[in-house]
Design a protein around this ligand. Structure first.
Ligand SMILES: Cc1cc2nc3c(=O)[nH]c(=O)nc-3n(C[C@H](O)[C@H](O)[C@H](O)COP(=O)(O)O)c2cc1C
Length: 354
């Protein structure tokens, strides 16, 4: 057996290759993609932060029909300062007025008022414990001691994400089993929780290397890894696996739109920006008119989760209509390296060099 393929992490997860398909929130994950990666000998993941408890339980059943190999379910940990943000009636009216021009432009019905705009995390965490996936991965924080303890009792491996060295240490000190060192090159959100995302812009090379040197816990590298050379680089930094998002998002099996996939495979993906414009949280995108609008307005974007709640119907409709000026196109900096549209072919290309 080649040394690069097997290590403590692959042994713990019982996977043949140190490759993880990163989870995608916002309904962009699919069971098909997860199963393609898990059945090929890596670990597939599913982003479940938008799902309620019952939905997580049926998803778990569906996944277990599609694969009997290792997989991860992923949640967003609530903000410590404001765990369940409430939208007041007055705020709703005020925010809606700011968004009306965009709803009108796309002919999307205005949203109806709701006080709670996030699915309760406690309900989600309970469902995760009941589903007992092989791996529970999470971002934007650390689950409580009680939840980590319950995971250990149920044999659920925990995997938490860090964007700076303080977060690496906090995750390891909390007893999280695996630490994801995610550089600012990554697609999706900058999942910082101890400092502002803007103050946590370490690159994968430094973050993963230092984490692997300083941390007893196995480290996974993510951010800008999109081909076999990137995977080998991550492993030679001391990471025990590479987590890959954008390259899998661009495959047929992912849940994003064909327009988004085509953009990821186009030269336009070579220019990405970190922006709060779609969700109120910093994330990496291919820029478009909507983000330029958000720069030009001083009353938008709203803070998370309100910006996200108001933009979700717009993004969905824009994606259906192929309106690239409104739709969100998450992308990591490795996108110009993309070559494959089939997850099995991408996976094969990643592992042959190991
Ligand atoms: C569209 C999109 C959505 C994502 N959603 C999540 C998520 O909900 N939870 C999470 O832990 N990571 C999420 N990520 C991060 C990926 O799982 C992965 O760590 C990251 O994409 C790796 O960097 P790369 O895109 O450069 O490969 C998302 C990434 C993208 C591109």
């Amino acid at each position: 057996m080649n040394d690069l393929r097997q290590n403590d992490l692959t042994a713990r997860l019982d996977i043949a290759y140190p490759i993880i398909q990163g989870p995608f929130g916002g309904n962009l994950s699919t069971v098909e993609l997860l199963a393609a990666v898990s059945n090929a000998g890596g670990m597939g993941s599913y982003g479940a932060h938008q799902l309620g408890g019952d939905e997580i339980l049926s998803l778990n059943t569906e996944i277990r029909h599609a694969t009997d190999r290792c997989f991860a379910l992923n949640l967003w940990i609530p903000d410590k300062e404001n765990p369940s943000p409430v939208l007041s009636r007055d705020q709703f009216e005020d925010y809606l007025a700011r968004f009306k021009p965009y709803y009108d432009a796309l002919q999307v019905p205005y949203p109806t008022y709701t006080e709670q705009v996030l699915v309760p995390y406690e309900e989600q965490a309970e469902a995760i414990l009941e589903a007992a996936p092989p791996v529970f991965s999470f971002v934007f924080g650390i689950p409580s001691k009680a939840i980590l303890q319950a995971c250990r009792q149920r044999g659920i491996t925990t995997l938490g994400a860090a964007t700076n060295l303080a977060e690496v240490q906090a995750l390891a000190a909390a007893g999280v089993d695996l630490v994801l060192a995610t550089g600012f090159e990554a697609g999706g959100h900058r999942v910082s929780f101890l400092r502002r995302a803007e103050d946590s812009l370490m690159g994968t090379l430094a973050l993963a290397r230092i984490a692997a040197e300083q941390c007893e816990v196995p480290v996974i590298a993510a951010g800008g890894i999109a081909d076999a050379a990137g995977v080998k680089a991550a492993l030679s930094l001391g990471a025990q696996a590479a987590q890959i998002g954008t390259a899998f998002l661009a495959c047929d099996e992912s849940g994003t739109s064909d327009t988004h996939k085509d953009l990821l495979h186009s030269p336009e993906s070579g220019n990405t920006v970190l922006h709060r414009g779609y969700t109120g949280r910093l994330a990496r995108f291919i820029p478009n008119d909507f983000l330029a609008e958000m720069d030009a307005r001083d009353d938008l974007p709203l803070p998370y989760p309100f910006q996200s709640w108001f933009t979700t119907p717009l993004k969905r409709r824009a994606a259906e209509l192929g309106r690239v000026e409104f739709a969100s196109h998450y992308a990591g900096q490795g996108a110009p390296l993309l070559q494959y549209r089939k997850a099995s072919e991408l996976f094969e290309s990643l592992v042959t060099a190991l």
